[in-house]
Design a protein around this ligand. Structure first.
Ligand code: CNA
Length: 239
């Protein structure tokens, strides 16, 4: 049996599936990942490393440069859900998939119709004034120039987890519980290099751990099934 048929069989046998995904889920929606073949980390930006720009110390020190990069490279106004997003939403509707834990910040799972989505790195759709906590939407930041300011004068910061910032404890606990109780864990489109998220792999206790990624990851040997192919192709096969 080939790998994709094996994957389909595992999905059919399961009714408590959890999907844990990363930037590779959205490359087919036209949003570049960080470490893939066209990843953002391949090129410096204004002479700076992207991973330095999206860190909290950089944000605090050079907010104007941060927002220039953020608007230019991290906001995709016209992005639409890919096959993978749409099939995952259908699996939830059918009662087979119980939740999605994503490292993505683009909101495409919700746009596809998924309900139980835990965004452990936050979302570009939520932005808050650092002074009065007033909420601002995606367009407010996308259409702003320079440093986006609240009506109270405070800086409006995306609710996105930067390097050197901690993750939301409640989200982590919910993710742990979902993964520990899953009968099938599908991990897709993540290089599994960012901790503590990568540590989620070790929490799964079942025998249907599937890793779908275009390239190899250091967790491949732990998986029951590894598919080194595009997510769109694999999820299309479920339709
Ligand atoms: P990453 O480190 O960039 O890894 C992505 C992985 O996906 C790579 O190993 C690729 O080979 C693989 N990949 C790319 N396209 C596909 C595809 N079509 N099918 C299968 N595999 C594919 O990204 P991670 O998510 O592991 O890293 C975590 C960071 C990236 C998080 O903090 C995210 O917030 C951040 N990020 C998010 C987005 C987004 O929201 N869409 C975009 C870019 C980066």
């Amino acid at each position: 049996m080939n790998e994709i048929n094996k994957f389909i069989e595992m999905v059919e046998e399961s009714d408590n599936i959890v999907f844990f995904g990363g930037a590779g889920v959205s490359t087919e929606s036209g949003i570049p990942d960080f470490r893939g073949v066209n990843g953002l980390y391949l090129n410096d930006y204004d002479g700076l490393k992207p991973e330095e720009i999206i860190s909290r110390p950089f944000f605090d020190r050079y907010p104007e440069k941060f927002y220039k990069f953020y608007r230019d490279k991290m906001l995709f106004k016209n992005a639409k859900p890919s096959t993978t997003h749409l099939v995952l939403a259908k699996l939830e509707e059918r009662g087979k998939l119980k939740g999605i834990v994503t490292q993505n910040i683009d909101g495409l799972h919700q746009m596809a119709g998924s309900k139980n989505v835990i965004e452990i790195h936050g979302s570009v759709h939520r932005n808050y004034c650092m002074t009065c906590h007033k909420f601002y939407d995606f367009n407010f930041i996308a259409d702003s120039t320079g440093i986006p300011r609240c009506e109270c004068g405070g800086i409006v910061k995306p609710d996105v987890v930067l390097y050197n910032e901690s993750l939301n404890e409640n989200d982590i606990n919910k993710s742990i519980s979902l993964i520990q109780n899953a009968d099938m864990l599908i991990i897709g489109g993540t290089s599994l290099t960012v901790y503590p998220a990568a540590g989620f792999v070790d929490l799964y206790r079942g025998n249907k751990l599937v890793l779908i990624n275009k390239s190899e990851t250091s967790f491949d040997s732990k998986a029951d099934l590894v598919i080194n192919d595009s997510l769109g192709k694999v999820f299309e096969a479920l339709t």
